[in-house]
Design a binder for this molecule. Structure first.
Ligand SMILES: Nc1ncnc2c1ncn2[C@@H]1O[C@H](COP(=O)(O)OP(=O)(O)OP(=O)(O)O)[C@@H](O)[C@H]1O
Length: 356
């Protein structure tokens, strides 16, 4: 449905999108994820025809879109600030694209009613858009983008301005709606939770380039780089050297898979893989084990605890190496200031390429 070949978009002499190759299959939902300024919106604008490529090609349905204007690309756009027409009611907003295309009054009314039903706003056609809640406005914007039956729906931070609870609910609704309609979707967001809940495939961007692409599970379980790991919120990353199935790092020696590439690397430890046991011993004045001892008894001090509903996140200062984050149950969480020993579970680690 969508194919980007070495797509580059420049502002002045700066490549904001830099040689991106990406495909989106029919009926697939792809979410482009990345920090602010990584080029996500520009990528979307290039596909829509709002930002001309400096190099490379945009193909939709196999056809090169060079020179094809926005309104002839057959794409539906929905932006963060949903840009509804405040002077028109809900039905006129949803029917806007149909009217532009010359659809008659009866056809328009039927299609608008159908779409309002789809987005859970049946019967709301005569309401004023300014009197709707943020979530309702979002649904109207979605119905408007879907109304002309676009072959591709593009969403830019679709749920950006809504509160967390509403976003989580809408993401689930959107996903089932897209599945039902078989809509092809290319969305951009900086919110990884949103991307992971919505997408069949996520694409992580960094400074105009694709850093990693894969299913949510693949990216989550095997981040390709320290950048991706940190972007996903993992902070336990340390420089390591791999030799004979062991990663040697400041936190100790940790078993890795037999086939692991030897030499310099970075090691990610998931917070759930940092197992904490209280020592009862004072935090200071402990004997220091060797700099590369086994990571089964790394002494740490609990710097802070953050309550997260069903678990507690502990911020630990190890006796050597960078800070560590651990999760544990409410029942077993040690107090701030407590001295603990941690064991690192090798099954909860990921070897990453060495960081630059
Ligand atoms: N019209 C423009 N002229 C010059 N520079 C621009 C223009 N539009 C965007 N940029 C720059 O291009 C870079 C990428 O912007 P873009 O909006 O694509 O990033 P983004 O990843 O979508 O960010 P955000 O999440 O903040 O929206 C930014 O550094 C931005 O300042």
């Amino acid at each position: 449905m969508v194919r980007l070949e070495s797509l580059t978009v420049r502002y002045g002499d700066r490549s904001v999108v830099d040689g991106v190759d990406l495909s989106v299959g029919a009926g697939e939902t792809v979410c482009v994820l990345g920090p602010s300024g990584s080029g996500k919106s520009t990528l979307l604008r290039a596909v829509a025809g709002l930002a001309p490529p400096a190099e490379g090609r945009v193909l939709l349905g196999g056809h090169d879109q060079a020179g094809v204007p926005v309104h002839r690309r057959g794409v539906g756009l929905m932006f963060q600030d949903h840009q509804l027409f405040p002077q028109h009611d809900v039905a006129a907003n949803v029917g806007f694209g149909l009217r532009v295309r010359g659809a008659g009054r009866t056809e328009r009314a039927a299609r608008v009613a159908e779409l309002l039903g789809l987005v859970g706003l049946a019967g709301a056609g005569s309401r004023t858009v300014t009197a709707l809640s943020g979530g309702e406005q979002q649904r109207v914007a979605l119905a408007r983008a879907l109304a002309p039956g676009p072959r591709l729906l593009m969403l830019d931070e679709p749920l950006g301005q809504l509160d967390r609870g509403l976003r989580e609910r809408l993401v689930v609704e959107l996903r089932s709606l897209f599945r039902r309609l078989g809509t092809t979707v290319l969305a951009v967001t900086h919110d990884q939770g949103e991307a992971f809940a919505l997408a069949d495939r996520v694409v992580v961007m960094r400074e105009g380039r694709v850093e990693q692409a894969g299913s949510p599970v693949e990216v989550w379980s095997r981040p390709a780089s320290e950048f991706v790991a940190r972007f996903l919120g993992f902070s336990n990353v340390v420089a390591a050297t791999v030799a004979a199935g062991t990663a040697h790092c400041a936190w100790g020696a940790i078993e890795v898979s037999e086939g692991a590439v030897e030499g310099p690397a970075a090691l990610l430890v998931r917070p759930g893989g940092v197992h904490v046991a209280a020592t009862g011993a004072p935090a200071v004045g402990r004997g220091r084990p060797g700099a590369d001892g086994p990571a089964t008894g790394l002494g740490c001090v609990v710097r802070s605890r953050t309550f997260r509903g069903d678990h507690v996140v502990l911020h630990l200062q190890p006796e050597r190496g960078p800070a560590l984050e651990a999760t544990c149950s409410l029942r077993t969480a040690p107090e701030e200031g407590a001295a603990v020993r941690v064991a690192i579970d090798p099954a909860e680690t990921v070897l990453l390429p060495p960081s630059m």
